[in-house]
Design a binder for this molecule. Structure first.
Ligand code: AP5
Ligand code: MG
Length: 210
């Protein structure tokens, strides 16, 4: 099963993609996570990506497309994958098509802008394993400490309110057109992302099939 997740920053793509990956046993590939891992390791790619990410801008397609296309050639993707945060531009969607990746579902997790800002302010990410939580909606057992690996939790650099506003503008301008694009391909499915995480997941499972 080949799936892509669409949705605004903070819509819950990562949260749902992790759950889908586990249930359907397909790899979760998040371009945001790949860039953040490169930043942490101090690679050339990480240095370049950080310049754009910190401003709430998209990393240029030249740095993004080959990375994903190569990743999808790996053995673990042969039974499918869930892509989270890619494609984000029409050019990226076309590149995926040209790489002969025929997708089964494009799931749009729909959350209005008003809800996004408060979600981002409350999101916390683990410095160790990258797991994400929310101070209200998905708290850790011990405040500020990752349940999975015991490391410290931080607010992501790009989750400050000014940067979130910029990311939302960029989303509406460059990524939202993909909703019509995949509706035309005939694989678009929309779920109400304002529900509880479990309810959003149940709606997705109904679409994908148990
Ligand atoms: P990326 O990491 O992909 O960020 P994003 O799309 O902005 O999305 P987020 O990860 O912020 O949100 P999410 O939808 O995963 O929500 P989450 O599940 O965490 O990209 C970061 C940057 O990298 C981009 O800005 C860009 O610069 C660059 N980049 C990445 N891919 C690129 C590409 N293809 N091309 C170019 N540049 C690229 O949930 C958010 C919060 O809400 C969490 O705290 C969570 O616990 C909580 N939450 C989730 N679901 C619910 C719910 N149902 N109810 C209540 N709270 C919930
Ligand atoms: Mg994410």
């Amino acid at each position: 099963m080949k799936i892509i997740m669409l949705g605004a920053p903070g819509a819950g793509k990562g949260t749902q993609a992790k759950m889908i990956s586990k249930k359907y046993e397909i790899p979760h590939i998040s371009t945001g996570d790949i860039f953040r891992a490169n930043i942490k390791e101090g690679t050339e790619l990480g240095k370049k990506a950080k310049e754009y990410m910190d401003q709430g801008l998209l990393v240029p397609d030249e740095l993004t497309v080959d990375l994903v296309v190569d990743r999808l050639q790996k053995e673990d993707c042969k039974n499918g994958f869930i892509l989270d945060g890619f494609p984000r531009t029409i050019a990226q969607a076309e590149a995926l098509k040209n790489a002969n990746q025929s997708l089964d579902f494009a799931i749009d997790v729909n959350v209005p802008d008003e809800n996004i800002i408060s979600r981002m302010e409350g999101r916390r990410a683990c410095v160790g394993c990258g797991a994400t939580y929310h101070v209200v909606y998905n708290p850790t057992k011990v405040e500020g400490i990752c349940d999975a690996c015991g490391k410290e939790l931080i607010l992501r650099d790009d989750d400050k309110p000014e940067t979130v506003k910029k990311r939302l503008d960029v989303y509406h301008d460059q990524t939202q057109p993909l909703i019509d694009y995949y509706a035309n391909v005939g694989i678009l499915k929309t779920v109400d992302g304002t529900q509880d995480m479990e309810d959003v997941f149940n709606a997705i499972v109904t679409i994908l099939g148990a």
